[in-house]
Design a protein around this ligand. Structure first.
Ligand code: F6R
Length: 256
């Protein structure tokens, strides 16, 4: 696991966008796993800029998002489909039918979960999965728990997640209490993982993420066993890490 400390949010976003641009340039039909939330917005903006200056072409790229709120249609301004269209897909030359976000309104939600994992497999698997991290350590909506799910599934959101995400809604009562999310197995099957975090609120969870121990109550800690992980954080998110160098080799750096 490689940890890169960027000076600030803009540098974190650019470093992440550079990794994706280079990957897409080397493999035009890259399959990207994508995240929503505040953290990757700068990365999407930078990728849009790269597209506009013609240094990347998304025409053959396919994407699979991590999650969607249960009960929100893609037309709802707080749905993750709406977020992705507005913050990224509408501004690049990706083919809409190649962009996938789990449906939060499928009549048979269990079948939707199964077919989401099947679609990822049929596409050849995810080449690079982008992750944010919740203050409670969640990745996707895999919330802290004694047990974690392997596959895409429906999950209840923890109260701290509902509180954190209420900033996007008019009131906390409007925040959906359940979501469809890719499971830990789906995330770990990605050939490469890119986890981003910025700001002082993420410092504590980042120090727990890279400490060499795995704990299902910190779901993100599981990615320490993945053979190809890059964590890019800004200085504020890195403030509780012991070694303050630009690059930290973590306990499980065996795969690099
Ligand atoms: C979003 C997702 C979540 C977020 C996490 C951090 O698709 O899966 O795990 O990445 O909640 O959110 P922000 O970036 O808003 O702090």
């Amino acid at each position: 696991m490689k940890v890169i400390i960027a000076k600030n949010y803009a540098e974190m976003s650019k470093a992440a966008a550079d990794i994706i641009r280079d990957l897409v340039n080397s493999k035009p039909n890259t399959v990207l796993g994508l995240a929503t939330g505040s953290t990757p917005i700068g990365m999407y903006k930078q990728l849009i800029e790269y597209y506009r200056e013609k240094s990347v072409d998304f025409s053959q790229v396919a994407t699979f998002n991590l999650d969607e709120y249960l009960g929100l249609p893609g037309t709802h301004p707080q749905s993750y489909r709406y977020f992705m269209d507005n913050n990224f897909f509408n501004h690049i030359n990706i083919k809409k039918h190649n962009t996938h976000v789990p449906s939060g309104i499928a009549q048979d939600i269990e079948a939707e979960c199964l077919s989401y994992d099947k679609a990822i497999a049929e596409e050849g698997g995810i080449d690079l999965q982008v992750l944010g991290i919740g203050n409670n350590g969640h990745i996707g909506f895999n919330e802290p728990s004694d047990t974690l799910h392997v596959n895409t599934h429906v999950t209840r959101l923890k109260q701290d997640t509902i509180m954190a995400n209420s900033r996007f809604f008019n009131s906390i009562e409007e925040v959906p209490t359940s979501a469809v999310t890719m499971g830990i197995g789906g995330i770990m099957k990605a050939r490469q993982i890119l986890l981003l975090a910025s700001g002082p609120a993420k410092a504590e969870i980042i120090s727990k993420l890279v400490n060499g121990k795995i704990n299902t109550h910190i779901p993100a800690s599981l990615i320490q066993v993945h053979p190809n992980v890059t964590v890019i954080i800004d200085e504020e998110a890195a403030s509780l890490l012991l070694k303050k160098t630009n690059q930290i080799d973590c306990p499980l750096s065996w795969a690099e």
